[in-house]
Design a protein around this ligand. Structure first.
Ligand SMILES: Nc1nc2c(ncn2[C@@H]2O[C@H](COP(=O)(O)OP(=O)(O)OP(=O)(O)O)[C@@H](O)[C@H]2O)c(=O)[nH]1
Ligand SMILES: [Mg+2]
Length: 308
């Protein structure tokens, strides 16, 4: 199954698939024995599932495979597909439909360089293309270039951006953005934040303040707090994400899946953080962002070494 309408996933996960393909191939035809389990464990590690998730999958497979029997290609494929899908929460059935409360207020957070600003630009452009009225807010006041970077996205995707001078209070920018979104009857306000701060206040404290202040602008805001993780960091990204748990993220944007062989880390995220991956980044352009779809992901990960 080279491509079942999932071409971008197939392409995005190429490096991860290349890395594990030899492992899958070696497993086919092996009798279920110590050598088989060693190879299986090694292959799952290679895909960067991480220790806890590897252990879960190994446990499930041990329950389902009979010792001493050879495993057919189709049998192994179906089994792995099942078990990997079971690690992922259900997809949002209609990711491009905004929830009814208006304006929707979404805040984007994450460590510096993870892809926050790019993801805000991409989300803004794609929701705009689908007819939503979108406003971006440049609440990263740490880097002077941050507002310019968002202004660049604004010009590229045709979505307005609200910003203030360098050094402005990020919470004030966030608040003003949401008020402007209310006044202009916007559907979606997307707020970019800094990975580092110019003030002495710790980052988490400052992010907590932004989140709290939004509720004063629109009751119930933010409706989503998206934590941006860089897939090239593999398991380290998950460790970094744990720092943000106090802020109360509701979902993950996983960026740079196109540039990594560590795509299997997607499978560890839900188990480690209890948060769904909602969006993935597959490149640097506006349309290089897709809603996460678990079947497309697992099929692209298992690849042609294990055909249907
Ligand atoms: N290949 C690829 N590159 C990406 C993706 N998302 C972001 N990038 C690149 O990653 C780099 C950092 O992205 P930014 O959006 O500036 O990251 P940030 O989190 O806003 O960074 P700070 O504001 O400094 O904290 C840029 O060069 C982006 O083009 C992606 O999905 N794929
Ligand atoms: Mg940024």
């Amino acid at each position: 199954m080279q491509d079942s309408g999932h071409g971008r996933w197939w392409q995005g996960l190429r490096r991860t698939r290349d890395r594990v393909e030899t492992g899958w191939r070696r497993l086919v035809g092996l009798r279920v024995s110590d050598a088989f389990w060693d190879e299986m464990e090694e292959t799952l590690y290679q895909a960067d599932l991480g220790p806890a998730t590897v252990e879960t999958v190994m446990g499930r497979l041990r329950m389902r495979l009979r010792e001493d029997r050879p495993v057919s290609e189709a049998g192994l494929h179906d089994l792995l597909r099942d078990e990997l899908l079971a690690l992922l929460p259900p997809d949002d059935p209609d990711p491009w439909r905004l929830p009814p409360e208006r304006p929707q207020v979404w805040v984007v957070l994450g460590v510096n360089g993870s892809g926050k600003t790019t993801s805000v630009g991409k989300l803004a452009g794609q929701f705009h293309d689908r007819g939503a009225r979108v406003l971006m807010g440049a609440a990263d006041t740490f880097r002077a270039a941050a507002a310019e970077q968002l202004a660049g996205w604004s010009a590229r995707v045709g979505v307005p951006v609200l910003h203030q001078g360098p050094g402005a209070d990020p919470a004030a920018v966030a608040f003003d953005t949401v008020q402007a979104a209310v006044n202009r009857h916007m559907d979606l306000a997307l707020i970019d934040t800094a990975g580092r701060l110019h003030t002495k206040a710790p980052l988490m404290q400052e992010l907590g303040k932004i989140v709290r202040v939004l509720d004063r602008a629109v009751a119930g805001a933010p409706h989503h707090t998206l934590l941006v993780l860089d897939a090239t960091m593999g398991q380290n990204a998950i460790r970094q994400a744990e720092l943000f748990q106090g802020v109360g993220a509701t979902g993950i944007v996983l960026t740079k899946l196109d540039g990594t062989a560590k795509g299997g880390m997607v499978l560890a995220i839900h188990q480690a953080l209890g948060l769904p991956v909602r969006w993935i980044g597959l490149g640097e352009q506006a349309d290089d962002l897709e809603p996460f779809r678990r079947e497309a992901f697992v099929d692209a990960l298992l690849g042609s070494g294990l055909p249907d």
